[in-house]
Design a protein around this ligand. Structure first.
Ligand code: FES
Length: 122
């Protein structure tokens, strides 16, 4: 994967690599996402970044998708096929949503999204 030319990128998936997300296997998750992108032929369209803490540790592992502007929590490798398929066509995954970004900024998708969970609570 190259990072020096992002022209043509349609979606940026940020996978949290902070300590809480890593404990909940975000390393496996980002690898599964990258493999699925390759499998679906989306390398030129979807860029991935393994980040530091996104600040939603209780919802680990967290994935953020732009330009859709959606934050997802409790993600697992089982969900990546659909996440990648939706991302390739500019649609939302519509599961596990915490926040969505719109005209008026960030909006919680659920009560849990608004409050957040305490670390370690699942
Ligand atoms: S470690 Fe992922 S949100 Fe904090």
């Amino acid at each position: 994967m190259t990072t020096w030319n992002l022209q043509g990128t349609a979606c940026h998936l940020l996978v949290c690599g902070g300590s809480s997300c890593k404990k909940r296997k975000s390393g496996d998750l980002v690898q599964a996402i990258r493999k699925e992108i390759e499998k679906q032929g989306g390398e030129a369209l979807i860029h991935t970044t393994f980040t530091s803490c996104a600040g939603r540790c209780g919802d680990a592992p967290v994935v953020i998708a732009y330009p859709e502007g959606v934050w997802y929590g409790d993600m697992s490798p089982k969900q990546v096929k659909l996440l990648v398929r939706k991302s390739l066509i500019g649609k939302r995954f519509n599961k596990n949503m915490l926040y969505t970004f719109g005209k008026n900024g960030m909006k919680a998708s659920t009560k849990e999204g608004l409050k957040g969970k305490k670390k370690g609570k699942k």
